[in-house]
Ligand binder design. Structure first.
Ligand code: NDP
Length: 298
């Protein structure tokens, strides 16, 4: 019987656990963690993400500071705002919503964020700490995948993990996390020679590609755990049904009967990302004040 990994329910539990940690920080040392989110422009998907982050930050009992800049803002305007937020003691976490408009160099902006407040974990200092086993703030989506794996698989040591995708925000940090769990870890990408054969080796298969249903059922090792990070919108016109829908990078209907456990899209990895952002904000708030970081409840 295949286990459907319910990321939505797991993320709700994680948010509740973070909420309890926030309540303890307020009642104890009198600290209310604060998250600042910066949105440049009016990209509709980014607006939805920012709205959800704002709502869930408040629901967890934290302060949420939203900053909206017009689409034609200069890089210097954004850098000035980041500098202000770096200096603001009420702000523990800074998130600049990506993608940024073309006139702004995203890496320059991400590198301007104080690494101690870099709750997205994209700063080169946090990437370096993750790679070298230090106290990093870990990118939220791979962290969410790891929490799901720890919960639904248990002991990961010695398992063979294959990650398809090598982006800085998902694939590479995911590989670092699984390496730290003592998995034997392979990173595959667009130049991998026989991707299907690589995937068939995987006890844990992570798909982070951005190509709808690219990974087929017969690429899955029987009994594997499949984590599908991909979010791909299939347009109404392509479906011929009048409704668009979201699919992952894995052909779910083919893969689910073969895998031991699999995440659906939507409702798998997606909800974990904001929950981990909240968790990272609590971590940052504690580390900045030399308070003990609450033990992970989940
Ligand atoms: P990127 O486009 O940055 O990276 C995609 C990776 O997939 C690249 O490393 C690329 O290889 C690889 N790739 C592309 N085509 C193939 C192929 N045919 N065979 C093997 N590998 C291939 O994407 P992201 O990492 O940012 O995102 C990946 C997916 O995850 C997207 O669908 C995105 O929407 C989703 N996502 C979901 C999140 C969430 O759940 N909250 C958060 C972030 C992302 P190469 O390097 O060789 O070009």
């Amino acid at each position: 019987m295949t286990t459907l990994i319910d990321g939505k329910a797991f993320a709700a539990d994680l948010r509740a656990a973070v909420g309890s940690q926030v309540a303890a920080l307020i009642a104890g040392p009198g600290v209310t963690p604060g998250l600042a989110v910066v949105l440049v422009g009016e990209d509709p998907a980014s607006q939805v993400y920012v709205r959800n982050k704002h709502r869930q930050t408040l629901e967890a009992g934290m302060n949420s500071f939203e900053h909206r800049l017009p689409a034609d803002s200069s890089q210097q305007t954004l850098l000035d705002l980041v500098a202000e937020l770096n200096a603001d003691d009420a702000v523990d976490g800074i998130l600049v919503q990506l993608p940024l408009p073309a006139q702004i160099n995203a890496q320059a902006v991400l590198d301007a964020i104080d690494p101690a407040k870099d709750v997205d974990g994209f700063h080169v200092v946090n990437a370096g700490r993750l790679a070298t086993g230090g106290d990093a703030l870990v990118p939220c989506t791979p962290l969410g995948c790891l929490l799901l794996l720890r919960h639904f698989v248990g002991e990961l040591s010695g398992l063979r993990a294959v990650i398809v995708g090598r982006s800085n925000i998902v694939g590479k940090p995911m590989a670092q996390l699984l390496l730290a769990e003592n998995c034997t870890t392979t990173i595959a990408h667009s130049r991998t020679r026989d991707l299907a054969a690589e995937c068939r080796q995987a006890d844990i298969l992570i798909a982070a590609v951005g190509r709808p249903e690219m990974i087929r059922g017969d690429w899955i090792k029987p009994g594997a755990t499949v984590i599908d990070v991909g979010i791909n919108r299939i347009d109404a016109a392509d479906r011929g049904t009048g409704k668009s829908r979201l699919v992952g990078d894995v052909a779910f209907a083919e893969a689910a009967p073969i895998a031991a456990a699999i995440t659906p899209v939507p409702g798998g990895v997606g909800p974990m990302t904001i929950a981990c952002l909240l968790r990272n904000t609590v971590t940052a708030a504690c580390r900045r004040r030399d308070l003990p970081v609450p033990a992970a409840a989940l």
